[in-house]
Design a protein around this ligand. Structure first.
Ligand SMILES: Cc1cc2nc3c(=O)[nH]c(=O)nc-3n(C[C@H](O)[C@H](O)[C@H](O)COP(=O)(O)O)c2cc1C
Length: 205
């Protein structure tokens, strides 16, 4: 246990104080309702997990722009106010255990399935993000700023609901990582080219 001596030490992250460093990372559960709301099974699941002693629970990735940014039929959504009541209830439950709660924000980009979202998926460029993946539609600069606003609106909503933090999903080949990687970003404007430009989308969020 000596090698984990910091695990039970408190830590401050940008004004958020955690009493220990036991964090549950976000994990998609498929427990959401078809309309993107939390189900009661879902809430029970998170309550059971916090009983394990986590100091910070990070709720699985939630969609900031529907349908184009969606990555599953049972994915949580946080892009509209009707999702507030059940997420509020979840925060209240987790806080009763003295733990903190965050939610992960995501836009799936080219990982969204055309058959599910009813439109061509969008991305940094018209390059598929996986072998045999569909060709996405390259976003205009105006659309990029509009999606950044969707992240901001969802983050504000999360704060209003009572979440202590948000996490931005920048991995797993979703939209932000599609901008970051030269394999899926061949833009020649300020959002492509060198790493600074490819990281610009993440930085304007
Ligand atoms: C079923 C499943 C769903 C996951 N969903 C997410 C997710 O929504 N967001 C995310 O950033 N990581 C997700 N992950 C990755 C986990 O948060 C974690 O980083 C990964 O499982 C590595 O940690 P481990 O070695 O403790 O399993 C998921 C992992 C699994 C197994």
């Amino acid at each position: 246990m000596n090698q984990y001596k910091n695990l039970f030490e408190s830590i401050e992250i940008n004004g958020l104080t955690l009493e220990n460093r036991l964090v549950m990372t976000p994990m998609g559960t498929n427990f959401g309702e078809q309309n993107g709301e939390m189900s009661f099974l879902h809430m029970d699941y998170y309550e059971r997990r916090v009983q394990g002693g986590y100091e910070l629970m990070i709720v699985e990735n939630a969609c900031v722009k529907y349908p184009e940014g969606s990555n599953g039929t049972t994915q949580l959504r946080i892009d509209a106010d009707n999702y507030i009541p059940r997420l509020y209830k979840l925060c209240e439950t987790i806080h009763q255990y003295g733990a903190k709660i965050a939610i992960q924000l995501n836009h799936a980009g080219a990982s969204a399935l055309e058959s599910r979202i009813g439109m061509q998926p969008v991305s940094a460029s018209n390059l598929p993000n996986k072998e045999c993946g569909a060709i996405p539609r390259k976003l205009s600069v105006e659309e990029i700023y509009s999606i950044a606003d969707d992240y901001a609106t969802s983050a504000k909503r999360a704060q209003t609901i009572g979440f202590d933090a948000i996490e931005i999903h920048a991995g797993h080949s979703y939209l932000i990582s599609q901008f970051l990687s030269p394999l899926t970003n061949d833009r020649t404007d300020e959002f492509g080219g060198n790493i600074e430009n490819r990281a610009r989308f993440a930085k304007i969020l």
